[in-house]
Design a protein around this ligand. Structure first.
Ligand SMILES: Nc1ncnc2c1ncn2[C@@H]1O[C@H](COP(=O)(O)OP(=O)(O)O)[C@@H](O)[C@H]1O
Ligand SMILES: O=C(OP(=O)(O)O)[C@H](O)COP(=O)(O)O
Length: 396
């Protein structure tokens, strides 16, 4: 199905394999709270190590501005080792002397994780000198990071131009599963887009409304649309400079015949904290000190009514700050209804994104969805019909 160069077409024995993975996992105080992304890359790591390759893991974490303790991959290395049941070394930089020394000391079958690639701003610039510095430690590059393949960064794309490039098993599996599930979806198709990465996901909604029948907008994303309609959003997460973009998306949806569903009520609090005193208000009654942290019961009912009519669901981004109780209520209620409809054979449900997967697991329904992707933004861009740079570079 895919025209990738895969691990089937390369002998990795004794080779230094730069393996790009997505270890941007949800964390709370240095503890990994959902290990789905780690578990998904274990088969590729094992296969390369068992064939005698040296596995050099490259990954990003968060969106740091320079080096920061909080965004170190050191705790993630320990978690990868625990899930793998094998030792995983760690180097305190992804290029330069620390990386070179760690790689030089490797034997066939060894595994080492290099520190956060985003500690170097050159990563996101896909800077040729930085690509060269990364490439010094590899004979080949394997990408297993479908969920970061929408980024044309040095480690997700650049390396594919300077080293022989191959798709890992997760990359293969993601593209195959999403193609199979969504190439000719049963209609109506309902998309849910929520979460907090408003600026990086807002633009793509303009194309998405041409592909789906109903677009439900929730989470932090919805606040920008509510503000674009002239509603007060108090202290809520909101991209005030993107109100015109939001209005253009509403117009594009109308032109495409896509129904847009926005929250009609919200659970608000004055602090971003678990068990902060909260109340349910209409979206017309959000006060100046209120922070919208979840959708309210009327919105849940409206979404579930649309779900009952849908035949396919694609979902990225939670409806609220689900990590903080009770602001998980909206996401959990909709997730459970989607799971029920899927089990009943009435809905094909595909969800993706680091936090979305974590939210589904939190709701106890991760296993019930038809397919759970590790990817959020990449999944939405793939759905838009975009040729993702980190996928394109792997094509034979
Ligand atoms: N109303 C809201 N206000 C602030 N944060 C929110 C709100 N709704 C959802 N979020 C946050 O969105 C984050 C997930 O967003 P995002 O990274 O876009 O999803 P994913 O990782 O699944 O792609 C969660 O950490 C959640 O707390
Ligand atoms: O977590 C990720 O994407 P997601 O939040 O869309 O699931 C990827 O690791 C990409 O991270 P980025 O959006 O900071 O480039």
């Amino acid at each position: 199905m895919t025209a990738f160069r895969t691990l089937d077409s390369v002998d990795v024995a004794n080779k230094r394999v730069l393996l790009r993975v997505d270890l941007n996992v949800p964390m709370d105080n240095g503890v990994v709270t959902d290990a789905t992304r780690i578990d998904r890359v274990l088969p590729t790591i094992r296969e390369i190590a068992d064939k005698g390759g040296k596995v050099i893991l490259l990954a990003h974490f968060g969106r740091p501005k320079g080096r920061s303790e909080k965004d170190s991959l050191a705790p993630v290395a320990k978690e990868v080792a625990r899930h793998l049941g094998r030792p995983v070394g760690f180097a305190e930089d992804c290029v330069g002397p620390a990386a070179n020394a760690a790689v030089d000391a490797m034997k066939p079958g060894d595994i080492v994780l290099l520190e956060n690639t985003r500690f170097h701003p050159e990563e996101e610039k896909n800077d040729p000198a930085f690509v060269k510095a990364l490439a010094e430690n590899g004979d080949i590059w394997v990408s297993d990071a479908f969920s970061a393949a929408h980024r044309a960064h040095a480690s997700t794309e650049g390396l594919g131009h300077v080293l022989p490039a191959y798709a890992g098993r997760t990359m293969q599996a993601e593209v195959e599963a999403l193609s199979k599930a969504l190439e000719a979806p049963r209609r109506p198709v309902l998309a849910v887009v929520g979460g907090a990465k408003v600026s990086s996901k807002l633009d793509l909604l303009g194309n998405l409304v041409k592909k789906v029948d109903v677009l439900v907008i929730g989470g932090g994303m919805a606040n920008t649309f509510l503000a674009a309609q002239g509603k007060a959003v108090g202290k809520s997460l909101c991209e005030k400079d993107l109100l015109d973009t939001a209005r253009a998306i509403l117009d594009a949806a109308k032109a495409a015949g896509c129904e847009i569903v926005l929250p009609v009520d919200a659970t608000v609090a004055s602090e971003f904290k678990a068990h902060a005193p909260s109340k349910v208000v209409s979206v017309d009654g959000v006060g100046p000190d209120d922070m919208i942290l979840d959708i309210g019961p009327a919105s849940i009912a409206a979404v579930n009514a649309r779900l009952a009519k849908a035949r396919t669901l694609v979902w990225n981004g939670p409806f609220g700050a689900f990590e903080l109780e009770p602001f998980d209520a909206g996401t959990t209620a909709v997730a459970r209804e989607a799971a029920r409809l899927t089990r009943a054979g009435e809905l094909l449900s595909v969800a993706g994104g680091g936090d979305t997967v974590s939210a589904l697991n939190h709701a106890g329904v991760g296993e019930a969805f038809s397919y759970v992707s590790t990817a959020g933004g990449a999944f939405l861009e793939w759905l838009e019909g975009k040729d993702l740079p980190g996928v394109r570079v792997l094509r034979a």
